[in-house]
Design a protein around this ligand. Structure first.
Ligand code: AHM
Ligand code: MG
Length: 338
């Protein structure tokens, strides 16, 4: 017996799940397998970021006018390469690219899926050695297979997602994903170079003690959010308040902590950003899918994130997600004070 005998790797898990669906042709499995490979390549670069000259700004600006850093570009390129190589994906939308990237080779043109991603989220944290992540969302295309993919293939409600997930490059590297049948988390074991099932069937607590929001923007928050923050800080034995404030500034890391421990993450509309900061297609939708699959909730303040019909690739929405009871309480405050 080796010490790894009881370990279930990501690939074993994917294959096992595929056999739960008789008739499945393995297309999604292959796609997920390639995401695993790209994640390991990006992870290696993230780990070495302090050592090699890959750190620092790349000099370009991304489509939102923010500085791109070298690792953003690296992650973007490697995910796109992996997706192209796997042949199951006909197009990619990325935070780093204004337009969709269409794969028009014969194999990929017949791919069933489109892939939306933020290849390296939390980029302001890269050069200070704080956790960052990759977020992804997979849809079945609407256009016929064999034709060139279209933007409409992407502009679907989050409820139509076939799979979604994130990779967190943190104190250990984890891949967390859902295909709509619960949420499973895999930790990268560097000694064997495999993601291993470490967090099966993740369920988030119905209520928690953590609230995560950039309070530096307080002055610009809607009144309902201001009042909710004060509520979190008040003493109340019955509801276990005051709550604890935790904010990393990396969505993946903030969400992941709250998913496991219970809590709420908020990036609301502000005066500067009336639609918030986070992007619907490749940040909020995949996170919302995972939150709901884990028994949590995700709204834009009034409606379920997953039911919003996107009107453009880089659309932003206010985002409130986490433990169900906490999101519901925020919703009450927003309703009452706005
Ligand atoms: P990015 O995609 O440019 O990295 O921005 C997204 C990040 C999220 O990870 C995080 O939740 C948020 O921006 C933090 O923003 P702020 O610094 O305004 O609090
Ligand atoms: Mg981002």
């Amino acid at each position: 017996m080796t010490e790894h005998n009881n370990v279930q790797t990501l690939n074993q898990f994917i294959i096992q799940r595929q056999s739960d669906h008789p008739g499945a042709k393995g297309e999604l499995s292959r796609l997920l397998h390639h995401i695993g490979i790209a994640s390991k390549i990006v992870n290696r670069a993230v780990n070495k970021a302090g050592l090699v000259d890959i750190l620092g700004e790349h000099g370009d600006r991304n489509v939102q006018g923010e500085d791109q850093q070298k690792l953003d570009v690296f992650a973007d390129t490697h995910f796109i390469d992996a997706l192209k190589a796997c042949g199951e994906c006909c197009a990619v939308a990325s935070e780093e690219n204004e337009e969709i990237i269409i794969f028009d080779d014969e194999l990929s043109k017949h791919g069933k899926y489109v892939f939306a991603m933020d290849p390296l989220d939390g980029s302001s944290n890269i050069d200070v050695n704080v956790s960052i992540g990759t977020i992804f969302s997979i849809y079945e295309r609407l256009s016929p297979r064999g034709e060139v993919a279209k933007i409409e293939d992407f502009l679907q409600e989050g409820t139509k997602q076939v799979a979604a997930g994130y990779i967190i490059y943190g104190s250990s590297t984890m891949l967390v994903y859902t295909t709509g049948k619960g949420v499973n988390g895999f930790t990268l074991d560097p000694s064997i170079g495999e993601f291993c099932l470490s967090h099966p069937n993740i369920k988030t607590p119905k209520t928690g003690k953590i609230y995560s929001i950039n309070e530096g923007n307080y002055i610009n928050f809607p009144m309902g959010v201001k009042k909710y923050i004060k509520y979190c800080q008040e003493y109340d034995q019955k509801s276990n308040r005051p709550y604890t404030s935790r904010y990393i500034g990396s969505l993946v890391a903030d969400f992941h902590r709250n998913l496991l421990n219970g809590g709420i993450f908020i990036y609301p509309q502000t005066r500067k950003n009336p639609n918030g900061k986070l992007r619907l297609m490749y940040e909020c939708n995949p996170i919302a899918f995972i939150a709901e699959q884990a028994g949590g909730k995700a709204i834009d303040g009034t409606q379920r994130i997953l039911t919003i019909k996107p009107s453009s690739l880089h659309e932003r929405v206010p985002f409130y997600t986490g433990s169900t009871n906490m999101v519901k309480k925020t919703e009450e405050f927003l309703h009452f004070f706005n």
